[in-house]
Design a protein around this ligand. Sequence first.
Ligand code: SF4
Length: 82
Amino acid sequence: MCICIHCHYVDRCNTYHAVEHQHQQPHLTDTPNFEPVEPTIEVNIRSSGEMIEMEWDVVGCDSFKEEKHKWARLRPGELIPT
Ligand code: SF4
């Protein structure tokens, strides 16, 4: 689970923007302007048959500033990324 969905900077952050790209998700912003300090990204690789799936999750970040459910507030009714 990506900690970014509860982070104040999720709609401005360069790293989260890259994570959205990897997950082929629509971006919260096209012009991220916040550079986080030391984000730690965990990459999980799953394969089933011919398909290889990569999942990127930010699991730690010095810039994390808790704002519970920020992502869900920005995208009401949408499935929350896991
Ligand atoms: S936790 Fe870090 S990487 Fe994730 S949105 Fe916040 S500042 Fe960006």
